[in-house]
Design a protein around this ligand. Structure first.
Ligand code: BDR
Ligand code: CA
Length: 313
């Protein structure tokens, strides 16, 4: 089977960076058409830079990286330096990337790509707030029907929130964009905190990256050494959750994951529960299913895949 064409839409973020590396290490399954960046974990000037740093660490400077929206569709930006550090990619020694940032706006790249490729052949992989996808759908509604699938990291139900008691960060930052994506009719697969909090690093799992003995391996281990401290302190777990790589791992090995086709709506007005993903897991409404909401992952299989694919870079 030919590799699946994807656009990664991202706000790196250490876990975003690992997701990009997983895609770059998996050319048999993944054809990465481009990376669009968005404001989220840190402002856009840093996320676009961090995406380029990540590609250069993987020695892939030819990857097309675009800057997209610098603020949510209708709200002021909320960032997460308390999790990711001031650069968004704290941990390893960072450097100024030399590969170019593409001139085109990320939203226009998404639109043009969906129009240029045969309908139903491009999958969008949002790993941050859904601003760029929402903006593309608002600007060019004709592209909505052309999307093969959206596989995204975002939301939480049984695991409740991480940025507020009710909301997960990516959805909270741009709830209007998230709701519009869920209402678009596109096939959506969601990786909420319910599953990503089962994809936890451990000393042995991070050491396996370090033991690769490569630049990618040590860069990844140094990122994760920093990244996991936040969740270790907060939850008392041994490690931190590799949220965003779940999206790419699902495309490569979907059998590692399971979930339910359910209705998911996003709260966009309540001050208390803004950005909450109201997931009808138990089917107690007659609202139609609009997402595959993932709840389980084979964590050992997931980390084995990650280590093997990063080892190819
Ligand atoms: C999500 O928010 C960011 O901090 C991570 O990169 C991930 O995409 C988890 O809530
Ligand atoms: Ca992210």
């Amino acid at each position: 089977m030919s590799p699946r064409k994807i656009i990664i839409d991202t706000d790196p973020g250490q876990d975003d960076a690992v997701a990009i590396l997983l895609a770059l290490g998996s050319p048999d399954e993944i054809d990465l058409l481009g990376i669009t960046t968005v404001a989220g974990n840190v402002p856009l000037a840093l996320t676009q830079k961090n995406a380029r740093i990540t590609c250069e660490v993987a020695d892939r400077p030819e990857v097309k990286v675009f800057a997209g929206c610098d603020a949510p569709l209708e709200r002021a930006l909320v960032t997460a330096e308390h999790v990711h550090g001031g650069t968004g990619l704290d941990g390893p020694d960072l450097f100024e990337p030399t590969m170019p940032l593409q001139d085109q706006h990320g939203v226009d790249f998404i639109i043009d790509t969906l129009r240029a490729e045969p309908a139903g052949t491009v999958t969008l992989c949002p790993l941050g707030p859904l601003t760029n996808i929402g903006a593309a759908f608002r600007k060019a509604p004709d592209v909505i029907d052309r999307v093969q699938e959206i596989v995204l990291m975002g939301g939480a139900y049984f695991e409740v929130g991480n940025i507020t008691p009710a909301a997960e960060f990516n959805i909270y930052v741009d709830p209007e964009a998230a709701q519009e994506v869920l209402a678009s009719g596109v096939r959506v697969t969601m990786m909420p905190l319910d599953v990503t909090h089962k994809a936890l690093t451990s000393r042995a799992r991070v050491q396996a990256f370090r033991d690769l003995g490569s630049r990618v391996g040590s860069f990844t281990a140094e990122m994760l050494d920093f990244f996991e401290r936040f969740d270790v302190e907060k939850y008392g777990s041994e490690g931190g959750p590799l949220h965003d790589p779940c999206v790419i791992a699902y495309l490569i090995r979907p059998e590692l994951f399971s979930g339910r086709h359910i209705n998911v709506e996003v709260e966009t007005s309540s001050a208390l529960t803004l950005g909450m993903t109201v997931a009808d897991w138990w089917g107690v409404t007659d609202r139609p299913a609009n997402a595959l909401f993932i709840g389980e992952v084979d964590a050992d299989g997931f980390f084995a895949l990650l280590t093997e694919r990063l080892g190819r870079l």
